[in-house]
Write a protein that binds this ligand. Sequence first.
Ligand code: HEC
Length: 216
Amino acid sequence: MFSYKNIAIIFTGILLISSCTDQEKFKNIGIHQHTRWEFAPNMYHSKAYEPLSQVMDENQGAFVSSDDDGIGEYYNSNPYNPHKMNMREPVMGTIKRNNLGFMPYHIPKDSLEYASLFITNPLESNELNIKDGELLYSKFCAHCHGAEGKGDGPVNSAFKGVANLAEGQLKSISMGHIFHVITRGKGRMLSHASQLNQEERWKVALYVKNKLQTAQ
Ligand code: HEC
């Protein structure tokens, strides 16, 4: 009955059961879940660096007994970085890109003719994009150019005349032309590049071309 074999089996069973952790209990408090004990906790819980700020006072926070470097637990800074940030700025000349494949726009203001001939709309000319363009137009253009593009918006008089996009010679301008004017401005119209990103500008161009300039 009391063979070493039975004792070994019971002992192994107890070991197995006691090694289980109550996972549920620790679920919401962020405790490392594999075992109840942590060895070398500094490896699990490193001092996090705040990307946009630094805690430069070495006395901030409690002094953690497990590392006796004499520095408070909130201190996190890299004194060599500029602007009191832990994050480094991107290197000079870095190009911002988004999921649309954002590209920098290098065509200068005075090259309207080039832009109107050679840049083309990367967006699909579908209902959704045109609807977005309609909304953007109503917010960013209609007060000057008028709801129908006839140059009769409420701000018109302050400008002593705003271009009529829906009638006359501008009716045949290309989408590249419209994009370029929104981006760089022309004559008395200033650039709207800071209000509308590239995708939005193309949507406005789609709307102007497909709706305002085709209306009778
Ligand atoms: C603050 C008033 C104002 C706003 C807002 C404005 N425009 Fe204009 N826009 C003008 C004026 C003024 C002109 C005439 C510029 C000139 O030739 O001196 C003009 C001209 C234009 C032209 C014709 C350029 C040409 O080749 O003669 C286009 C196209 C145009 N605007 C599109 C837009 C679009 C699209 C928006 C909205 C994103 C917009 N504008 C917002 C005032 C405005």
